[in-house]
Design a protein around this ligand. Structure first.
Ligand code: ZN
Length: 366
């Protein structure tokens, strides 16, 4: 075990449910800047050990990429979920992991907002709004409240649990889109673009092929297209995850599963973005392709992804939503990971005590 660095907070806090965030909001201007002396407070909830987040008091790893005896897994995407001895997860994340893992592991499942006690601490999982089952972890103790967001978004979705924000003293948040140019269009506009892409392609005699991650975005896309009464066909990997959604009571909408022999190009086709060979033919209809990702906002993205159109459907928070989260959580200290280190400077200019984990010495986290 390495030489861990500990981070601290010292006040207990309440929580509030979040209404759907509906658009960009510059909400942090009223913050009171931290005094320099406050930058040193901090607390022993988590450490960076063996290049992973670790809560020593609970002997609990967090989203570790190495297999551990016992690890909290925030959601089922492969960059967060590994086959640990015991996986601590939300009920629906456990469903996803069971389907994805190649071998049986034991699960410690917790319902959202049903706290449990471990030693001197109280732990609570609550929704992150990223994909089905995605959770955030709240750890409360005598020294304060710590929240780990995992991947999250605040924008509305049809297929995953509505996100919440809780007050905390120390916040460890992802900042994938932590640059000011990442302002996603309103969700309704994104949905209209997806529907318009499919409608136009079909009208032009093309087969519409939409690339979307098989967990989360693909199910959301099925829901968007079926709400517009457009016929949908999906890759088998998307079907496998949609069945997990159905098990959880989330009906994403009607679809067929792709079969090369019968797919004739007259239905929207949803396909994982990588590792899966594209269909070659659709009964003589040319393919017209779209990639669904927040990176659609980057100039030249269509060329880089090799598609006809980029549509900014994201399962992450954009820049204004990252700020809105902090405004609502009111943490005294913000740690950042999974994103742009420069986001630290934006927060500090707003008077927020922030540091980027991966810039911290000994780090190389994740
Ligand atoms: Zn994810």
């Amino acid at each position: 075990m390495g030489d861990p660095h500990f981070y601290y907070a010292d006040v207990c806090a309440g929580s509030t449910a979040l209404d759907y965030w509906t658009g960009p909001k510059a909400a942090t201007s009223a913050r009171v800047p931290f005094a320099a002396s406050e930058r040193t407070f901090a607390l022993t909830v988590f450490s960076l050990t063996e290049q992973s987040l670790y809560v020593a008091a609970l002997d609990l790893w967090i989203d570790s990429m190495r297999e551990r005896d016992r690890c909290y897994v925030s959601h089922g995407h492969s960059d967060h979920a590994r086959e640990h001895g015991t996986v601590v997860a939300s009920v629906n994340s456990a469903r996803v992991c069971r389907r994805r893992f190649g071998r049986a592991v034991s699960f410690e499942e917790h319902a959202f907002n049903e706290p449990w006690t471990a030693g001197e601490h109280r732990l609570t999982l609550f929704p992150a709004g990223h994909v089905l089952g995605s959770s955030q972890l709240l750890i409360e103790g005598a020294t304060g409240a710590f929240v780990y967001t995992g991947d999250f978004k605040l924008a509305q979705s049809y297929t995953c649990e509505p996100p919440e924000v809780k007050h905390c003293d120390v916040l460890l948040m992802e900042c994938t889109f932590g640059r000011p140019q990442y302002v996603f269009p309103a969700r309704t506009e994104v949905e209209e673009r997806i529907v318009a892409f499919v409608t136009r392609a079909l009208a032009d005699g093309c087969a519409p092929l939409l690339f979307a991650y098989s967990l989360g975005k693909a199910q959301e896309t099925i829901a968007i297209l079926s709400a517009a009464n457009l016929p949908v066909t999906v890759h088998g990997a998307v079907d496998a995850m949609a069945r997990v959604y159905a098990e959880a009571g989330v009906m994403v909408g009607p679809y067929e599963t792709y079969d090369a022999g019968t797919y004739d190009g007259t239905r929207a086709l949803i396909w994982p973005p990588s590792g899966k060979r594209r269909p070659q033919a659709a009964h003589q209809r040319p393919l017209r392709t779209a990639m669904l990702t927040g990176w659609a906002l980057d100039p030249g993205a269509a060329d880089r992804y090799g598609v006809d159109e980029m549509i900014p459907l994201s399962d992450h928070a954009d820049f204004p939503a990252l700020l809105a989260y902090i405004e609502r959580a009111q943490p005294r200290k913000v740690w950042l990971n999974h994103g742009r280190p420069n986001f630290v400077w934006h927060l500090r200019r707003l008077g927020i005590d922030a540091e980027y984990l991966e810039a911290h010495q000994q780090l190389a986290l994740f």
